[in-house]
Design a protein around this ligand. Structure first.
Ligand code: HEC
Ligand code: HEC
Length: 324
């Protein structure tokens, strides 16, 4: 086992140090305190700013997102579909998304104040009230303003069919979480902005990083890996799935559920970090990701008391540790 997963294991060993160093810097993206937070309803931009944003939008964005922000080649930037995706997130998240990844065909060139003007235009079209003060560009101020959350989508979820499990838990881990989190961990030492060298594109057909590099950009790969990690968390709760040793995955245990939530949060945090296109931010986010894996593995995977026939004691996996 150690040989097969030595790459991940060594990342995790490296990360033990990084976690300690990271702790002093505080959490990466503190959850906005709902009581103190302002929302986009609190008149956070001016009409003049929205007018500037409108002109820029027509020039740079309308071709994909539609003149009226109702979507086209790209998703709508107003209405319930937009708020369904962005409700609960801060204006900093929105501004960063625009500044770092838009326009999708020529990203990274908007200034902070142009990006803020564009946010103001989005807010005006979204019928959020304007006010006396312009929307600023500083992170702390923008993080404190959230877009209002949408009503829950629980009714949709209850209509969705339950799809049966195809693989066991070990296959799910090795097939989805292992490659995806390795891509994210790779950002610690590889800058995704650096394009692959001509001779290296498409090498190593089974290395996701090399193989994918011919099709998606480095940052797209990291985005997609982080989304895969977050979206795979519910699969750890699929009824009927078994572990490799045949035991049922303990989907009803509160700590198991908590660990899967931790995994989803870590995936979302990694995605958010990746969207800032900052190698440093993703490197910091890998601490949370490594913890999310370790927290569950400590209890449910890494069992002491192996035998010669079963050195890593796989037979004992998927039952809670004594005292754990
Ligand atoms: C070449 C087409 C194109 C242009 C031009 C473009 N976008 Fe986008 N935009 C996309 C696509 C495709 C997506 C969906 C994928 C993604 O989120 O990156 C997107 C997503 C977004 C999102 C997130 C929407 C959501 O529902 O998550 C925002 C906000 C956004 N764009 C703003 C802008 C702004 C502002 C501009 C102009 C500065 C702009 N875009 C220009 C193609 C474009
Ligand atoms: C909710 C609990 C939980 C979380 C979260 C979790 N794992 Fe696992 N993982 C397990 C269990 C249990 C096994 C053993 C599965 C089996 O034997 O069927 C396992 C097995 C694995 C394996 C196979 C190793 C082997 O020896 O068979 C890999 C690789 C792995 N996990 C990677 C990850 C990574 C990477 C993350 C985080 C991104 C992660 N896991 C998050 C519970 C979890």
């Amino acid at each position: 086992m150690l040989a097969r997963f030595s790459r991940l294991e060594s990342w995790l060993a490296t990360l033990c140090l990084a976690v300690v160093a990271g702790a002093a810097m505080g959490p990466l993206s503190p959850v906005v305190d709902a009581q103190r937070a302002r929302t986009a309803n609190d008149a956070v931009y001016t009409d003049a700013q929205a007018v500037r944003g409108r002109a820029l939008y027509q020039q740079r964005c309308a071709v994909c997102h539609g003149e009226r922000l109702s979507g086209g080649l790209a998703p709508p930037l107003s209405g319930s579909a937009f708020l369904g995706a962005w409700g609960g997130q801060s204006l900093w998240d929105l501004l960063s998304k625009i500044r770092n990844t838009m326009p999708a065909d020529d990203p990274g060139k908007l200034t902070p104040s142009q990006s803020a003007d564009l946010v103001a235009h989005l807010l005006q079209v979204g019928k959020f009230p304007s006010g006396e003060a312009e929307l600023g560009t500083d992170a702390a101020g923008l993080k404190a303003i959230v877009l209002p959350a949408q009503p829950s989508i629980a009714s949709v979820a209850s209509r969705a069919p339950t799809l049966p499990a195809t693989g066991n838990l070990q296959q799910l881990m090795a097939g989805i979480l292992f490659p995806s989190s390795n891509i994210i961990f790779n950002v610690q030492t590889n800058d995704p902005s650096v394009p692959a060298k001509p001779g290296e594109v498409g090498k190593g057909a089974f290395s996701w990083v090399d193989w994918g590099a011919g099709i998606y950009s480095g940052w797209d790969l990291v985005d997609n890996a982080a989304v895969s990690v977050a979206e795979s968390a519910p699969l750890l709760l699929t009824p009927g799935r078994r572990c490799q040793n045949g035991r049922p995955v303990p989907i009803d245990r509160p700590d198991w559920i908590k660990f899967t939530q931790g995994l989803a949060e870590a995936g979302r945090a990694a995605y958010k970090a990746s969207q800032t296109r900052s190698q440093e931010a993703v490197t910091e986010a890998t601490n949370q990701l490594a913890d999310a894996c370790l927290n569950c593995h400590r209890v449910y995977r890494d069992k002491p008391g192996g035998t010669r026939a079963d050195p890593s004691n796989k037979a004992a996996r998927c039952v809670p540790s004594a005292g754990g």
